[in-house]
Design a binder for this molecule. Structure first.
Ligand code: CAP
Ligand code: MG
Length: 421
């Protein structure tokens, strides 16, 4: 039987390092668990095999080089992976091992990709600077909304809501994650109507606006929809990166359509929510950045989603310090990665004007803040909800106390009355 554990081993620069939290099943030792995880994710199986040879073992054997309680680190030779093929990489380091009977729990916490693999992916086409250039916004956070109800409006109604939000001052309007091409709201009709409104409001306000249409669908259809957006003058494609899968996301990125990719992470919590099992948001975020999303939902910190604080810290579970403003290190979406552009973090879910300052305090100004209910739920409607959001951002970036600022602005005042917390 091959032995994978070697605590003296020093991973080479060209190896992929995966970090796991592993809990062995009853009567299984940590060492046994580590051997099985390393083997099953690479060249081994549950028993000795006569087809194994020295060459394979020498060149492709991974090494478990650190075991610290339940936290383990494994270095894998880059040759175990097909460069440029994220599904294959996940089939190895996040595949069968999750289902092994010798484990009670397993969580992929972090992945460090070697240069040879980093080089084989495109990374974001635009990144933070590219998006800022398109919208002509240099420093402040970008602010957006999600059309609500999530599904139900027809294309004209949808476009009218977008118009109101943009006219009220928001930079971005996006489709919701489950709005694609519905019987009551066909994709092409919605995109055409909404882009017409975008053009109108850009002329009226003199401001650049963004519309993020949801292209999530079966891969070929997704691509066709993204091409349609490009053809009629759109600038963005929004996609649910986990439900379309890494393959779908790679296809969209590799099509190089010149569209900014906005990544919604619907379904992530099935993987990320259990702290002892699954895949961390940190690992997913790194993967999405490598493939090439420009903007990524990371959690709202003070929002509506379960475990919001933990989720965002989870983009840096081991890296809490990288995420929080004031620390020396940048969070994982912005770190210097050999020419792979930084990704815009998106904070969304349960936000409203009263929560804006806390988001900026935690993440800084390089953030996209989105509010759906927190805009369309304003007592005077979408346009005024949009204004209130922009006023809250203004107050935060100028360091003015929100309640004081609200004395001067009726829209903000009304929003704070409705959502005091
Ligand atoms: C926000 C949102 C987003 C969530 C997803 C929603 O709407 O559009 O999908 O932010 O969570 O439908 O909930 P509200 P996350 O502003 O009305 O809450 O970004 O954490 O993946
Ligand atoms: Mg949504």
């Amino acid at each position: 039987m091959l032995e994978y554990i070697d605590k003296k081993y020093k991973p080479g620069k060209d190896e992929l390092v995966a970090e796991y939290h592993a809990e062995p099943a009853y009567n299984v030792s940590m060492e046994q668990a580590c051997e099985q995880i390393a083997g099953e994710s690479s060249i081994g199986t549950w028993t000795d095999i006569c087809t194994m040879n020295e060459k394979i073992a020498k060149e492709l054997k991974p090494h478990v080089f650190s075991i610290d309680g339940n936290e383990i680190k494994i270095a894998y030779p880059a040759e175990l992976f097909e460069a440029g093929n994220m599904p294959q990489i996940y089939s190895a380091i996040a595949g069968n091992i999750f289902g092994m009977g010798i484990l009670k729990n397993l969580r992929l916490q972090d992945i460090s990709f070697p240069k040879s693999i980093v080089k084989s992916f495109d990374g974001p086409a635009f990144g933070i600077d590219g998006v800022r250039r398109i919208l002509k916004i240099k420093k402040r956070p970008l602010v957006g909304t999600i059309v609500k109800p999530k599904v139900g409006l027809n294309p004209k109604q949808h476009a009218a809501v977008c118009y109101e939000a943009w006219f009220g001052g928001l930079d971005i309007v996006k489709d919701d994650e489950n709005l694609t091409s519905m019987v009551f709201n066909k994709f092409e009709d919605r995109i055409t109507e909404t882009l017409k409104m975008k053009e109108k409001v850009e002329i009226e306000t003199g401001q650049k606006k963004a519309y993020m249409p949801n292209v999530t669908a079966e891969t070929n259809e997704m691509l066709r929809r993204a091409q349609y957006v490009k053809k009629i003058g759109g600038t963005y494609a929004m996609v649910d990166i986990l439900t379309v899968g890494w393959s779908g996301l790679q296809t969209l990125r590799k099509a190089n359509l010149g569209l900014v990719i906005h990544a919604h992470r619907a379904m992530h919590a099935a993987l990320t929510a259990n702290p002892n099992h699954g895949i961390s948001m940190l690992a997913l975020a790194k993967t999405a950045r490598l493939i090439g999303v420009d903007q990524l939902h990371i959690g709202a910190i003070v929002g509506k989603m379960k475990g919001a604080v933990a989720e965002v810290k989870n983009i840096g579970e081991d890296i809490e310090h990288k995420m929080i403003k004031g620390s020396k290190k940048q969070h994982v979406l912005e770190q210097d990665w050999n020419g792979i552009k930084p990704v815009f973090p998106v904070c969304s879910g349960g936000l409203h004007p009263g929560k804006v300052a806390a988001v900026i305090e935690a993440i800084g100004s390089n953030v996209i803040i989105q509010a759906g209910g927190g805009v369309h739920g304003h007592p005077d409607g979408t346009r005024y909800g949009a204004k209130a959001m922009m006023q809250a951002v203004d107050a935060a970036v100028h360091g003015i106390e929100l309640k004081k600022y609200a004395e001067r602005f009726i829209e903000l005042n009304k929003a704070l009355k409705k959502w005091p917390g």
